[in-house]
Design a protein around this ligand. Structure first.
Ligand SMILES: [Zn+2]
Length: 205
């Protein structure tokens, strides 16, 4: 489990310093639950917390980061990452959910937030349904002080799962709100699934 290096400013009043944390993994790995856990602890420490997510993710409620177990925290949808810089001016901690859907400019936004003293916690899918690094996530993992990879359980064999296997034949990179269309799978079962799809002609490659 991740233990914060520090949370509040403490009684010494020494100016706080920013840093970046990344929580990544496949679908059903508990990324959002972990993001919410860290943010709730910061709230208990009387930190000013704000959560942002890409406006294109409209699953469930527009205003909430909602994890699949309904343990939610209110959040603000933003159309572009730069908007976070303007909206987060008075925050001690900024949470960003579904970060894989932002473009590469999110990396610079997170760096700027951390440089000005904000703790930034970014949660997102590290790989897409083909097992490729997803959007800004690999670069965020590189510039972060702390990276936590959480795992799901493979629904085929019960091993630890790192991959999001798409059960349907759809080939769009973004298939929103369609959690039924995915299974968490381990490396072996993910590869077997891809092979099966190619053999059935379900993929263009
Ligand atoms: Zn498996």
């Amino acid at each position: 489990m991740f233990i914060e290096p520090r949370v509040g400013t403490g009684p010494s009043g020494i100016a706080r310093r920013g840093w970046i944390e990344v929580v990544c993994g496949s679908m059903f790995s508990g990324k959002t639950e972990e993001l919410i856990r860290r943010l709730k602890r910061a709230e208990i420490a009387r930190q000013r917390v704000e959560i942002f997510k890409p406006a294109l993710d409209t699953r469930y409620h527009a205003e909430d980061v909602v994890s699949h177990n309904q343990n939610s925290i209110r959040s603000t949808p933003v159309p572009v990452a730069q908007e976070i810089l303007l909206l987060a001016t008075n925050c001690d901690v900024v949470g960003i959910d579904e970060a894989q859907f932002f473009d590469e400019s999110l990396v610079e936004v997170c760096v700027q937030l951390a440089n000005r003293g904000t703790r930034v916690i970014v949660a997102g899918l590290d790989m897409d349904f083909l097992g490729q690094p997803f959007g800004p996530m690999p670069a965020l993992m590189a510039v972060a002080e702390f990276v936590t990879k959480v795992h799901a359980i493979c629904v085929r064999c019960g091993e630890l799962a790192s991959y999001s296997f798409r059960v349907t034949a759809a080939e769009d990179k973004i298939l929103l709100g369609e959690t039924d269309a995915y299974e968490a799978r381990c490396r072996v079962c993910f590869q077997e699934g891809l092979k099966g799809k190619k053999e059935r002609g379900g993929m263009s490659e």
